[in-house]
Design a protein around this ligand. Sequence first.
Ligand code: MLT
Length: 404
Amino acid sequence: MFKINENYLKLPGSYLFSTIAKKVNAYTAANPDKKIIRLGIGDVTLPLAPAVIDALHGAVDEMGKKETFRGYAPDLGYEFLRSAIAEHDYRARGVEIAIDEIFISDGAKSDSGNIGDIFATDNRIAVCDPVYPVYVDTNAMAGRTGDYIAAEERWSNVIYMPCTEENGFAPQLPDEEPDIIYLCFPNNPTGSTVTKPELQKWVDYANRIGAVIIYDAAYEAYISEENIPHSIYECDGAKTCAIEMRSFSKNAGFTGVRLGFTVIPKALRAGDVQLNSLWARRHGTKFNGAPYIVQRAGEAVYSEEGQRQTKEMVAFYMNNAKVIREGLAAAGYSVSGGVNAPYIWLKTPEGMTSWQFFDYLLETVNVVGTPGSGFGPSGEGYFRLTAFGTYENTLEAIERIKKL
Ligand code: MLT
């Protein structure tokens, strides 16, 4: 008789964004005449950049000809894309990353969920609280998080690093010693960031205690301030303790196209074992590569045109962020984020819980956001709005909220 992975049974409810989608669908079915504005999941609304579309068309044509057709992609991804990444994302910032330290994938969500494969089950993880749920849920699936304590909405074997108003939504070094530390800056969901000296503290700490940092830099393109690091490898010593993940979803609108990458420096070791080799083994065995046409589209993001066009997209979303931030502040809400990130984190009014505010907004003004408590216990009493909507919808949503 087969047995299931019982860790799945410990997971509370469904994935956060699936729960929200179900609630919104139920509301829409019951109220078909209402115009719902969705500022919940961080999904983009602008079409792909023209340079990306041209590259896709070109690659599709290549696939249609015998001479240029491609089958399976190389394990780590095509060299043309890995070279562009090494050049533009790293060398341009004074960081040397070799192309065999870059692994192309179908996105940072999969990579951050799958990376646990190369670590033992008895590693203890530390996460920011609130946190992108994928890090915790995938560790729960792997049996690394202990038991879920429903009353406290937390896992018994996870080190939570509260990110609250008091600490500017930036985690402090934990009292208990973790083996694996998940950091995401600019942060999802709070939109907070850390300066380079602050990030350096984490790198020094991880090197000192022998922990690994899983650094999710999916929102790097949204950094607008000078002293914020774009990559953890800008910090000294990061190559011996950090894995970095990036995505093309938010900087170039690839949420429906799927492309990302993970960097694992060869200097990152457990004894004499390189984590790079373990991930190469895992990648080669379980993944057959992002499609050729998509990797060509990714390469086009780094072209001169692609850079200009995708920067315009980011600027467009950041203008939405400004509309949300300033509009809500003018209406008396306490808001943060939205300066170096496409997320605005607001305090729910009048002591409402995050889910009460979710229902209230959905039912009274037909605006969908994400309840802060869905990201962890310290998210209770907060709410996240995304800047990825259309300009018109963003404006209308804020006008509706202001009238409440
Ligand atoms: C979010 O809304 O937090 C993001 O869209 C999730 C993701 O990128 O997977």
